[in-house]
Each structure stands twice: as structure tokens, then as C-alpha cells.
Design a protein around this ligand. Structure first.
Ligand SMILES: Nc1ncnc2c1ncn2[C@@H]1O[C@H](COP(=O)(O)OP(=O)(O)OP(=O)(O)O)[C@@H](O)[C@H]1O
Ligand SMILES: [Mg+2]
Length: 143
């Protein structure tokens, strides 16, 4: 099992942690990634997608909001809501219909921007904090 708290010394260790978590990934899972700018959310995503045996390149969907990776065991829908403010008309986005996605995993950076509702079910919070020594504390929990 992936430990609930992991201290990562490098981007590579963060990717390895995510790849390990991906072993348990199933369709319908929702992962909410939390952490400041540059904490390592997209880096963690790179490891998660690689862990699903996809060779797709993972980059931040900051402008397009959504990137899809279909090269692995499960499709991954990677959202980045950073640019969206309180006035967002969420009905215009495809996000609600990915909560959950019936055939893939939904992963959301800056999920705090979305007011909900969040479904019950297979939802996880992944919090990444930068400590005083520039290491990353990665905490996984269920809401
Ligand atoms: N232990 C570590 N884990 C993850 N990233 C690290 C670590 N140490 C250094 N880094 C570096 O920190 C940066 C993390 O950037 P990344 O784009 O993953 O952050 P982010 O949380 O997605 O930011 P944003 O909110 O802007 O999308 C990368 O340049 C990465 O190489
Ligand atoms: Mg990012």
C-alpha cells in the first residue's frame, strides 16, 4: 500500500510515489491534488500516468483546462482549474460529467476552485507541501 505520508527528496521520488499509487487505480476514481504553485502536482501526475504504463507526455493543462491521456491501462482526465474564479459557469465545462468518469480516472489540480458538489465514492485527496529543506511532504487521505 502507498504510505499515507511520504517525504520526497526529488521530482523522481515524487513520480515514483505516484506510480506506486497508480497500481491501485480503477475507473471512476477522482484524485484532488492540493498544494502551492510549484509544489509538484504536475510532477506527481507524470508519475501517475507513467504508472498506468502510458508513454503520453504529461504537461499542465493551465490554459486548455483539460488534458486527456489515453495511452495507458485507463484513460486519465487531467484538469487544472487554477485560472478559474468564483464567477465561473461550471455548467459550461465538462467537469461535472467527469465526477466521476465511468471509464477513467479524473485528476484535478487546484480542485479548491470547484465549489462542488463532489460525489461520494472513490475520491482521494493528495496534498503536497514544501518543507523548510525544499523536500515535499505528500499526504494521501480520503475526504
Ligand atoms: N521532491 C520534489 N517533488 C516534486 N517536484 C520537485 C521536487 N523537488 C523539486 N521539484 C521541482 O519542483 C517543480 C514542481 O513543479 P510542478 O509543475 O510539478 O508543480 P505544480 O504543483 O504542478 O505547480 P502549478 O500549481 O503551477 O501547476 C518542478 O520543477 C520539479 O522538478
Ligand atoms: Mg501543475
Amino acid at each position: 500500500m502507498t504510505p499515507a505520508l511520504f517525504i520526497s527528496d526529488s521530482a523522481e521520488e515524487t513520480r515514483a510515489h505516484a506510480a506506486h499509487f497508480a497500481v491501485g487505480a480503477v475507473a471512476g476514481m477522482i484524485l484532488r491534488l492540493h498544494g502551492d504553485l510549484g509544489a509538484g502536482k504536475t510532477t506527481w501526475m507524470q508519475g501517475f500516468v507513467a504508472g498506468l504504463k502510458s508513454a503520453d507526455e504529461v504537461t499542465s493543462p493551465t490554459f486548455s483546462l483539460l488534458h486527456e491521456y489515453r495511452g495507458g491501462k485507463l484513460p486519465v482526465f487531467h484538469w487544472d482549474l487554477y485560472r478559474l474564479g468564483p464567477g465561473t459557469d461550471w455548467d459550461l465545462l465538462d467537469l461535472p460529467e467527469h465526477l466521476p468518469s465511468k471509464d477513467g480516472v479524473t485528476v484535478i489540480e487546484w480542485s479548491e476552485r470547484y465549489p462542488g458538489p463532489w460525489p461520494d465514492g472513490n475520491c482521494w485527496d493528495i496534498q503536497i507541501n514544501i518543507d523548510a529543506n525544499d523536500r515535499r511532504e505528500i499526504r494521501i487521505s480520503k475526504p
